[in-house]
Design a protein around this ligand. Sequence first.
Ligand code: ATP
Ligand code: MG
Length: 752
Amino acid sequence: MIDADLASGKHTGVVTRFPPEPNGYLHIGHAKSICLNFGLAEQYGGRCNLRFDDTNPAKEDQEYVDSIAADVRWLGFDYGPEPLFASDYFEEMYQIAIKLIREGKAYVCDLNDEEIKEYRGSLKEAGKHSPYRDRSVEDNLDLFTRMRAGEFANGAKVLRGKIDMSASNMKMRDPLLYRIRHDEHHRTGDAWPIYPMYDYAHPLEDAIEGITHSICTLEFENNRELYDWVVDNAGLPCKPEQTEFARLGLDYTVMSKRKLLQLVEQGHVSGWDDPRMPTIAGMRRRGYRPEAIRRFCDMIGVAKNNSVVDIGKLEFAVRDDLNQIAPRVMAVLRPIRLVMSNYPAGKSEQLVAPYFPADIGKPGERELCFDRELYIEADDFAEEPEKGFRRLAPGRWIRLRYGYCVRCDEVIKDDAGKLQEIRCTYDPATLAGEGPAGEKVWGVIHWVSARHSLPAEVRIYDRLFKAERPDAGDNFLQHINEDSLHSRIARVEPSLASDSADTHFQFERQGYFVKDSVDSSSTGLVFNRVIGLRDSWNKQSTESEAATTPTAKSARSATRPKSRSKAEIRAGARERHPVLAERFARYQEQGLSEGDADLLSGSPAWGERLETLLGAGLSIDVAAKWLIHEQPREQDEPIVFASEPAEFVALVQAAEGRISTAAARKLWAQLAHEKGSAESSIRDQGLEQRSDDASILPLVSAAIAAHPDKVAAYRGGKEALLGFFVGQVVRESKGAANPEAVKALLAAELAK
Ligand code: ATP
Ligand code: MG
């Protein structure tokens, strides 16, 4: 439409506006409108106004004005030095009303609300003329001037447009233009005892500001005829045009300001910025970044029919955004003490750990203090492990992430039988990556030093509503999830205290976290969980908080999850479905590790995809690698393509060996949500990786030359630094260098 308007010369530029009423905080639905209006202006090199539609004094407030302006800026949009206010045009609107009266197009009516309604008729029946419709222009001018002077009581009179009482569009049956309201306005005080109605004010605001395209939500479709009438009769040079689009609805949430206000006022949440609220302020405090919200708005597109969007899409955008930028650190949410009996009591080591995995290609590292006493997660230990439990248990070895391998020798309990401490032996030869000689290592778990870690309150949020459509019935409050906030004291790496307040972290294996902007301080750290690593909503019954939270009742329940682990669920599926069991055996015969075979044969969806890829001629290790590592997951299940399976086969074939894991995941997510060809996306977005020595060597040499200290440390035995160098090179290449090739070349160069 805009292209056509520009091509025909109807408009020479684009001016849009976002017109909130300052009677509440902005929510994610408004974000969609903001992205659309500001986005179009940006796209066409035009302008978008932030204009407050403050024509209804009763519910409006400066607090809302301030929060809305801040939210728009935070989302990343520029509305110029100051927002605009409809109330600044009150005088101009009043003069236009006088003009309409003079032209016989408006009259003062004394009917009360009820009578006006009665006279209006119905869809089937024409309305009746008001007995005041034929007042003379002089009488109308006199009465309207006196309304403006404050002579009449609220409701005594209104100004109406004189249009057509038998119009098929009810909005055209002599609509109200002004009403009397002796109310204090948050900006104009008591200067005005009359206020313009929305249908009169809104088109005028647009015309006064020179708006070319006035975009609003679908419920205003019926108002468009009146909008045009006002614009046509106002006598202003600009003729804006209204276009409607579908409002955004999200499942598991409510979006009307009235309902959000109810949640705040009745204390169901701590305020408009409660991290569980669908408000922009709430999402910001929760730790969503504007990039993720904008990406989500792009993803859902603009439609003409209202629909409810899966909140998983928003969560996907948030996760995908944080994955790229959040440094990985360790925090133990349910600490249990682990003591290494053979580690010298006074000794402590500084271990270096990278902030990012190599595929993210970002630099940075921090030191971890490793000493005799650590904390690990209570549920990373089981005194009597069930089948499929792949973490610490008596007699088993596991690796402490970035550190040594340890074996559990003994558990210490208090008199009540509650687990107090796990005693272990560590193997000093296992730091560089080798396991203990001849022993199986059951897994890698995260940890923090008992002495050097810091306590921090961690708040885990769940959805605020249990029902998918809390709005559907008559009382949305009955669907509130009473269990939507869990708070506990965790132990975190000390480096977190000094990182800036808005750093987003990935707590390894736990999710994404950010300091709470209101409650966290240098003396009392408070973290919000932004979002889990993957959607666990559908896994409630198997992984609920209750099932994994230690209780004081018995050590048994503390150490042994009552519910089944994912591995057990997969094993159960194979017991029930012989096809899956057959796949499990076959995949291992064909060379997959037990773990990969387990994952890919644990549910029909995974196996179907692998079978499809094998059928298309891919080797099993390439196909498995793609499914397990490159494929983004939603709800722990593979994303489903719009038209399976040809598209994802094409994607894998086009991309295998050519692009990075990060790029592959992005591309995969992109193509799952929209149509397109993998080949052209790889070409257009410049995703292809370089792995030939000739193109990588200059970057490798530059990274080595730039960090002589790190080179020395690496050669002195700090081999973990290899990851740092890989990160440097991959980043310098803007993701184009293949990490594996970089790693090999670096190792060779550093060994010289
Ligand atoms: P609510 O229904 O939540 O009270 P509103 O429409 O009354 O919202 P306004 O302040 O009038 O709130 O809205 C400002 C702009 O945002 C309007 O142009 C409106 O069309 C748009 N908007 C409001 N809610 C949504 C939504 N859910 N999706 C898309 N746009 C929306
Ligand atoms: Mg509104």
